[in-house]
Design a protein around this ligand. Structure first.
Ligand SMILES: Nc1ncnc2c1ncn2[C@@H]1O[C@H](COP(=O)(O)OP(=O)(O)O)[C@@H](O)[C@H]1O
Ligand SMILES: [Mg+2]
Length: 477
């Protein structure tokens, strides 16, 4: 396609130039020829008048020898043929021939004209000199009497050869112009077509799902701008495709994870039910034990589905948040109170410190409760009996910071970045034994971010963990 268009461009250029050269040649030729011929006739006729003036006395006196002598002299000087004819057509003098041998000239058109109107001209083939001549004749008067005609003649070949030179020059110029057009047209059209065909290739690649191709940008003109926007479009498409495919991967990963997490308790439940069916139901002690395992796994399934539901609700976004104003301090105290039984049986030391008068937030209370419950639940789960848990609330002028610090098992540094991922647990078996789902911190992070807050976790293995949540203050009313 590239060559086709280049051909079209160059062809059109050449045709145009050829046409211009032709028209120019024709027009210049015509114009020059007209002007040149007019100039020659003018020169011939003024010279003829001059010759007439110089010779009229001799013609009137009939001095034929002198006439012939002067005619030859004048012709040599003027570089034309000179003929003197009397009123009846008899040749009195001629610069090229002996007048005595010449026939009468009264029937020559220029002579007839001159005798009648005073001047005449004609262009024709001359038998005497055997080529085309331009003749200009003027009448000579002596006193009031017309006594003859002076005729000057110039070979027209001279004129024509002049024109041939001009034609040739214009034609050579035309050919040079065409060659120049061919070469420059080729490069000019290539410079236009190349970027276009490159962009065509990019567009084609995009249409085939390949977003890696880019067009070269060699100019800042319209084509350059077009190439730039095409490249930008390809960039955006590539970005979108990448994020789409990574989202796709996240979804499939999630589905695989969920299925895996559900499968384990289900398999256990099914296994024990089969054992019971196969007779264990009659062994009372075993049966009781198996049933409690079944119950535990059913609870686990229920925990997982509960957490999944919470997550998916959070994923629906801000619209699902039911905000109201309340004091975080009250909520924290409330949650701790709910754990009081667990706290006493495990001998946890729980401290609460509030650095500020009130902690009014505009938030979804249920979700904030989930946040606190999950963080506190982790602290107790991953801290052994008698561990200490410090809850701090700080008023930080434009936001609140709530932190929960324990002196439990901690999190190895290499896991710290990942604990907010769904189903991510440092020690799967341990978490499972403690009734964890691995979704708690994902839920917490989601909820905090939805409220315009942030969450950070710091931990040192075997020393303890600190989780800090920031939340925006409620606007005073
Ligand atoms: N306070 C903590 N102390 C030690 N490890 C913790 C603490 N909080 C969270 N973790 C680690 O982060 C993992 C993810 O926490 P989470 O999402 O709440 O899941 P889980 O259901 O296991 O509690 C836990 O399995 C645990 O390994
Ligand atoms: Mg948890």
């Amino acid at each position: 396609m590239r060559n086709k268009i280049v051909g079209k461009f160059v062809g059109a250029f050449v045709l145009l130039i050829m046409l211009s050269v032709l028209i120019l040649n024709f027009y210049v030729g015509l114009k020059l020829k007209g002007e040149y011929e007019e100039k020659i006739s003018k020169r011939l006729s003024s010279n003829a008048f001059l010759v007439g003036d110089l010779l009229k006395e001799d013609i009137a006196a009939g001095k034929h020898d002198i006439i012939q002598k002067k005619v030859r002299e004048l012709a040599g000087k003027l570089n034309v043929r000179v003929t003197i004819i009397d009123g009846s057509g008899t040749v009195l003098g001629d610069s090229d021939k002996d007048p005595g041998s010449m026939e009468d000239h009264e029937n020559r058109p220029e002579v007839i004209r001159a005798l009648k109107d005073g001047a005449g001209e004609s262009t024709r083939y001359s038998d005497t000199v055997e080529y085309n001549m331009k003749y200009v004749a003027v009448a000579i008067s002596h006193g009031r009497k017309q006594i003859g005609v002076v005729r000057l003649a110039l070979p027209i070949q001279e004129v024509e050869s002049q024109f041939r030179i001009i034609y040739k020059a214009v034609l050579t110029g035309g050919i040079i112009a065409i060659l120049f057009t061919l070469i420059s047209g080729y490069f000019i059209s290539k410079s236009i077509i190349n970027p276009i065909s490159e962009m065509k290739e990019v567009a084609q690649a995009i249409s085939e799902g390949d977003f890696n191709k880019r067009a070269k940008i060699n100019s800042e003109d319209e084509l350059g701008v077009l190439a730039r926007s095409l490249n930008r479009m390809a960039d955006e498409m590539q970005l979108k495709m990448n994020s789409l495919s990574s989202m796709d991967k996240m979804k499939t990963d999630f589905v695989a994870n969920v299925s895996h997490e559900l499968k384990t308790p289900l398999t256990t439940i099914k296994g024990f039910i089969e054992t019971l069916e196969n007779g264990a139901i009659d062994e009372k002690d075993n049966a009781r034990r198996f049933l409690s395992i079944i119950k535990k796994n059913a609870e686990r399934l229920s925990n997982i589905t509960d957490d999944l539901l919470k997550l998916s609700e959070l994923e629906l976004g801000k619209d699902r948040i039911e905000k109201k104003r309340f004091d975080l301090k009250d909520l924290i105290k409330d949650v701790v109170l709910r754990y009081s039984h667990l706290i006493t049986t495990n001998h946890f030391k729980v401290e609460q410190d509030y650095h500020g008068k009130s902690f009014m937030v505009n938030a979804d209370m249920q979700k904030m409760e989930q946040v606190l419950v999950n963080i506190l639940d982790n602290s107790m789960k991953y801290t052994g009996e008698g561990g200490s848990i410090k809850i701090n609330a700080h008023d930080m002028h434009d936001h609140f910071m709530i932190s929960v610090e324990d002196n439990g098992i901690g999190i190895p540094a290499e896991h710290l970045d990942r604990v907010f991922e769904r189903f991510y647990r440092v020690d799967k078996a341990r978490s499972r034994k403690l009734g964890g789902t691995g979704l708690g911190l994902s839920i917490v992070k989601h909820a905090v971010l939805l409220h315009g807050g942030d969450i950070r976790i710091e931990s040192i293995e075997n020393k303890g963990t600190k989780v800090a949540v920031t939340l925006p203050k409620a606007i005073q009313s």
